[in-house]
Design a protein around this ligand. Structure first.
Ligand code: TYD
Ligand code: MG
Length: 455
């Protein structure tokens, strides 16, 4: 009998080694190597995909027909947008996200909202009763959504061959196992094999398959990187579990742009789409508060107006505190240094707290000017005019720098009823300012902006 061969696989990145090693040479993680049996390629896995099962000869690219209309409309504009305009038949979509962020809710909501499309929702994590309870919460009845609580891949494929669904949802890929593989559930070999088989199923039957994938502690989709290579589209569902806003980001898409993003709000009765995010991200002003500044940023291709709140107060203990939510604290420290050195604000004995409203995380430098203005406003306790907003980067010399896509940012601010926007003077060259229904104020230095704002 041939000796069975085993190899050690890194459970984080999928690298392998003939011997056990403590630290993965490829991704640097410790203690991630697990011994798994090496499978000889079976006849089925060696098979090459021939479209609908038929052998094909090369065709002229112009003769290949396609139909954009074939995409399945998910019934959600936000989800359609991130998918590049709907689900492409035969595609494999992976949705990753932290536990409890709402992946199951998003997919269940989508499947029960597709009226004329026969969907099969397979869950390896919840029982049918639990899924039904969730559907009750969401409050939609569907005649075309079928549920299956199963973790055996063979069994799932048997069912799909029998039922022939128009869309298959697997929640989650890490709970599936294939009998052919003698490795534990959720291991690299299992995840890879199951994804491979599902991919073949998707391409052969032209049925779209959507997979839920867990993420590991770094936020990467657990399982090998090959998983991301195998699928057509990778969506990341992000947000803070304790806050209500969720962002669905496209990180890979063979059928659309990767700079797309959808925004949802988690409600009592499921996820609600947020089609005009700027309106909800800016809180209605109760009073004229100091320390609140509005910045125009871009998330993907969408302009967003975001509220920056800061609180500057005298430090009572030795070292002043600097803390941020939704922003890199290093960026704040840099801007504080610029304010101290170039404007002369005595911030070194002040605690500074900074908050991006709505639970968003931003790293767009165009927010710099709104951050500086909000800190100045809190320090001096003078509110920023309610109808003013900002969109510019601040350099180390206190200079106001240009940002990309300024036209979209200005238009969005105008659309939301702002009356003036502060931008860099280097940004408006060749721009027809008259076409915007907003007063565009262009400056070159931080001190000029403050003078104009607070006089
Ligand atoms: P879930 O979809 O189970 O997350 P995941 O599959 O990503 O682990 O979402 C779980 C959270 O969503 C849970 O904390 C409860 C909340 N939730 C609501 O607030 N409203 C709802 O209608 C539903 C179904 C869930
Ligand atoms: Mg879940």
């Amino acid at each position: 009998m041939a000796k069975t061969k085993t190899t050690f696989y890194c459970q984080n990145c999928g690298a392998n080694s003939p011997k056990w090693v403590g630290k993965c040479a490829s991704c640097g993680e410790w203690n991630t190597y697990v011994e798994e049996l090496v499978q000889k390629a079976t006849a089925s896995s060696r098979e090459v995909w021939h479209g609908n099962g038929e052998r094909q000869s090369p065709q002229k690219i112009q003769d290949v027909t396609f139909d954009e209309q074939n995409r399945i409309n998910t019934g959600s504009t936000e989800l359609n947008r991130t998918l590049g305009g709907g689900i492409v038949p035969g595609s494999l979509v992976l949705i990753g996200g932290e536990p409890g962020i709402g992946k199951s809710t998003l997919l269940l909501q989508m499947t029960i909202r597709l009226p004329k499309i026969k969907t099969l929702y397979v869950s390896g994590e919840e029982s049918l009763e639990q899924i039904r309870m969730r559907a009750e919460r969401i409050g939609i009845r569907s005649e075309s959504c079928f549920l299956l609580a199963e973790t055996s891949l063979v069994e799932i494929l048997n069912q799909t061959n029998h039922m022939k669904p128009d869309l298959l949802v697997i929640d989650s890929i890490q709970t599936l196992y294939s009998d052919d593989i003698e490795a534990s559930v959720g291991s690299i070999s299992q995840v890879r094999e199951c994804t491979g088989r599902l991919m073949k199923y998707a391409k052969q039957t032209n049925t779209p398959v959507m997979l839920v994938g867990h993420v590991n502690k770094d936020g990467a989709i657990a399982g090998p990187k090959v998983l991301e290579h195998m699928v057509d589209t990778v969506l990341q569902f992000e947000g803070d579990r304790h806050l209500t806003y969720r962002i669905l980001r496209t990180s890979k898409n063979r059928f659309g742009s990767t700079s797309e993003l959808g925004i949802f709000e988690m409600r009592e009765a499921g996820l609600r789409e947020v089609t005009n995010p700027s309106e909800v991200l800016i809180s209605p002003r109760e009073a004229f508060l100091s320390g609140v500044g509005i910045g125009a940023t871009m998330e993907g291709n969408r302009p967003l107006l975001i509220e920056v709140q800061s609180l500057v107060s005298p430090a009572t203990y030795g070292t002043p505190q600097r803390s941020t939510t939704g922003l890199d604290v290093k960026r704040l420290n840099m801007l504080l240094a610029v304010l101290e050195k170039r404007i002369g604000l005595r911030l070194s004995a002040q605690d500074v707290f900074l908050n991006i409203a709505g639970g968003l995380r931003v790293n767009d430098p165009a927010l710099d000017l709104s951050i500086c203005a909000s800190i100045f406003s809190s320090f001096d306790e003078v509110p920023i005019p309610e109808k003013a907003c900002f969109s510019a980067e601040v350099g180390l010399g206190g200079e106001i720098r240009a940002v990309n896509r300024i036209e979209s940012r200005i238009s969005e601010a105008a659309k939301l009823g702002f009356e003036e926007i502060y931008v860099s003077k280097h940004n408006i060259k060749g721009l027809d300012l008259k076409k915007f229904e907003i007063n565009v104020k262009a400056h070159g230095k931080l001190s000029e902006v403050f003078e104009a704002l607070f006089r």
